[in-house]
Design a protein around this ligand. Structure first.
Ligand code: ADP
Length: 394
């Protein structure tokens, strides 16, 4: 019987999913349908697409029908049973934001793992509870189905101690207040792909720029993360769609003192009203800003690029030099304009951009004699989760 895997990425009001079927002989995973339920508990909307992004299903549900993660997953399950009627579901792999200090690799979920992950909720209160709600929903609906947790933090557990510390009293570090880093599944995927493009990259000093709505950079040496711009939370580092990135902590004290902001108000400001949206006052979407003549939109782009340039300098220092810069995620993969601006900022490190290659659909975008090479590589976090899940369950 044919076998398939399910990948789940659960947020507060949405569950995204992707399916992969396994080729019997090669064990290769082939992307199949993917989709999402959005507006859980509000205006539930179920969509499924085939691998060419043609819509297979689009259906609205009532709030009574889809009021929580369990009811949403029941809807996905009914569709799966129909679509994969003569196939067996091998396992489900979950994207889990936080694995804390101890989970440095994907893991088969059992009662102990789930308890450990619940204890990490204070470290990622905006994401972890929803990831775990999906896991519990599968336990309820399909109790015998193997479930695997794949962590956004795991890839960065190789960071040296010094890169994980804040200059706070030691007890906070021991309690878990550390520089963790995120987007790990994306960085892991890129690290696996790079040597297939250029074998020397397997042991090179690389900075990967994951530039989507959430954005971060990772310094990688010998295939291992040694430093990254996101920190204790995915709020740190670069300017993002709606997140502020690095900020002087004194600004928060000022806002609390002078604007009477409490935790909720600060959370809303820093996570949802800042970044490209906050500076431009127009949009969080880079496409909209690039198309705009508005001066504030231009300033938002300028700051986005400036901060990336500075952070690349900082990570290059942590690496002791730089051999390659890699662009990935929505902005990194699709905006030649932003890539060019960043590459010009990094010229001093020895990066010579091939302007025409940057405009075409090739992966290497630096001149052949450039000391630092530059690449565009499409990331695939879902495939990474599916591969981990398959490896653990077979
Ligand atoms: P997420 O972090 O939500 O996974 P993505 O990696 O999908 O985000 O990136 C989404 C962002 O990519 C969008 O907000 C948009 O700003 C940007 N983007 C997508 N296509 C383009 C493009 N052609 N030019 C510039 N930016 C783009």
């Amino acid at each position: 019987m044919n076998k398939f895997l399910l990948v789940i990425n659960a947020g507060s009001s949405s569950i995204k999913f992707a399916t992969y079927h396994k080729e019997a002989l090669s064990n290769q995973l082939i992307a199949d349908a993917s989709g999402q339920i959005e507006g859980i508990g509000n205006q539930p909307d179920f969509t499924v697409m085939n691998p060419n992004d043609d819509i297979l299903v689009t259906r609205k549900f009532s709030v009574d029908e889809v009021h929580d993660h369990t009811s949403a997953i029941s809807i996905i399950r009914v569709w799966l049973l129909d679509y994969f009627a003569d196939c067996t579901l091998l396992a489900v792999g979950h994207r889990v934001v936080h694995g804390g200090q101890y989970y440095s690799a994907p893991v088969l979920i059992d009662a102990k793992v789930l308890k450990d992950l619940e204890a990490l909720i204070p470290l990622a209160p905006l994401h972890q509870p929803h990831n775990l709600a999906a896991i519990r929903a599968f336990q309820e609906i399909m109790p015998t189905l193997p479930q695997v947790a794949c962590f956004d933090t795991a890839f960065h557990r190789t960071q040296p101690d010094v890169a994980q510390r804040f200059a706070l009293p030691r007890r906070y570090f021991d309690e878990g207040v550390r520089h963790y880093g995120f987007h790990g599944l994306s960085y892991e995927y890129i690290t696996l792909v790079l040597p297939t493009l250029e074998p020397l990259l397997a042991s090179a000093r690389i900075i990967v720029a994951h530039l989507g709505n959430g954005a971060s950079l990772c310094a990688i040496h010998n295939g291992r993360s040694i430093a990254t711009t996101m920190g204790f939370t995915p709020l740190d580092g670069l300017v993002m769609g709606t997140r502020c990135g690095s900020i002087d902590p004194g600004v928060l004290l000022y806002l609390m003192n002078q604007h009477n902001m409490d935790v909720q108000a600060l959370e809303k400001l820093l996570y949802h009203q800042s970044g490209l949206l906050g500076i431009s006052g127009i949009s969080y979407d880079m496409r909209v800003l690039l198309a705009s003549d508005n001066q504030n939109a231009k300033e938002a782009i300028e700051l986005f690029v400036y901060r990336i340039g500075r952070e690349i300098g900082s990570l290059a220092a942590a690496l002791g030099g730089l051999d390659a810069l890699v662009f990935t995620a929505g902005i990194g993969e699709r905006s030649s304009v932003i890539r060019a601006k960043i590459c010009h900022q990094v010229k001093w490190l020895g990066l010579d951009l091939d302007e025409s290659a940057n405009e075409t659909d090739v992966r290497r975008i630096s001149m052949l004699n450039s000391k630092v090479s530059a690449w565009v590589v499409a990331t695939d976090e879902n495939l990474m989760i599916a591969q981990h899940t398959l490896r653990i369950v077979i």
